[in-house]
Design a protein around this ligand. Structure first.
Ligand code: PLP
Length: 294
């Protein structure tokens, strides 16, 4: 049975000046019921979340995750999270994590129907074994996201840049990819613009330049991509954001899907056609991603 830990949080306002918020946390039995039946996160997926990788007790890139949590809260008209309170909750959960890889999830929900306040909780669990994706790579298929590249600007209520709990379509895309004989998907717009994976960012290599779709395109700004770009830039590579045609993926010199828990998975095939895959370079990227990062 995998190890698990859970903490309910009583969210304090963002401007609360108390120094210690430890008394706002309640450790709960992770296998026991903890949410009200009126909980809007379960009824409507109305909430936001973050998944943070933990390596040997060190929670990775906490500041970037908290920043994105605050950004998602803003897009969803949720109360601004108190970052000090969440940082402490992450530290409490990380301190419980066994050696090896774990994942800490932060969830901030609209709350309980007719209830007074948002609901918040943090879970920690052992991470799945991602060795195969990291070392052997993954086959991807491109899937139509069902909207054009103008939608994020035209319809902000679709919350495209927020990490909301409504991931049913993302999970459906991964199932569709598997039905098509691949391991994962990459979304493209109806007008042929490259977006992201259902749970990952896409990075392309073109010579010594690494590029990723710009976050303004209605995709999440990945913390792993941000961290890798800093690392690649330190190694002397050029990095940048661009509006990329979907065809750029199959034409790249290499490509990766990157995310906080699986880390860097090299793409070995796009829509059934092989893509060059550099196992040694990918191993270097994952060694960096597994090192303590703040
Ligand atoms: N894009 C989507 C849709 C995601 O769900 C995720 C992560 O889960 C990412 C990108 C990558 O983000 P991060 O690197 O912060 O995990």
């Amino acid at each position: 049975m995998a190890w698990r830990f859970a903490l309910m949080i009583d969210p304090v306002p963002a401007d609360d000046i108390a120094e210690d918020h430890a008394d706002t946390f309640t450790a709960v039995d992770p296998s026991a019921p903890a949410l009200s039946v009126g909980e809007l996160s379960t009824q409507r997926g109305d909430g936001i979340f973050e998944s943070i990788g933990v390596v040997d007790g060190h929670a990775q890139e906490v500041a970037a995750h908290l920043e994105r949590l605050a950004h998602s809260a803003k897009l969803c008209d949720l109360p601004a999270p108190h970052l000090g309170q969440w940082r402490l909750a992450v530290a409490v959960a990380a301190a419980q994590c066994p050696p090896g890889e774990c994942v800490i999830k932060l969830i901030l929900s609209r709350g309980v129907e007719h209830g007074p306040a948002p609901t918040a909780w943090v879970t920690a669990a052992t991470a799945p074994d991602n060795t195969r994706a990291r070392t052997d790579g993954i086959r991807v298929v491109t899937l139509d996201r069902g909207y054009d590249s103008g939608v994020p600007g035209r319809a902000p209520w679709l919350l495209l840049g927020a990490k909301t709990l409504s991931y049913a379509t993302n999970m459906a895309a991964i199932r569709e990819a598997k039905r098509r004989g691949a391991d994962d998907a990459v979304f493209v717009t109806t007008d042929g613009i490259l977006l992201e994976g259902p749970t990952s960012s896409v990075i392309l290599r073109q010579g010594d330049r690494f590029i990723t779709p710009a976050p303004g395109a209605g995709i999440l700004h990945g913390t792993t991509q941000l961290s890798l770009f800093e690392h690649l830039s330190d190694r002397g590579f050029e990095v940048g954001y661009a509006t990329l045609p979907a065809t750029a993926l199959a034409a790249a010199d290499a490509a990766w899907l990157v995310s906080s828990v699986r880390l860097a998975a090299g793409v070995t095939a796009v829509d059934g056609a092989p893509l060059p895959y550099d196992a040694a370079f990918t191993a270097d990227l994952n060694a960096y991603l597994l090192s303590p990062r703040d």
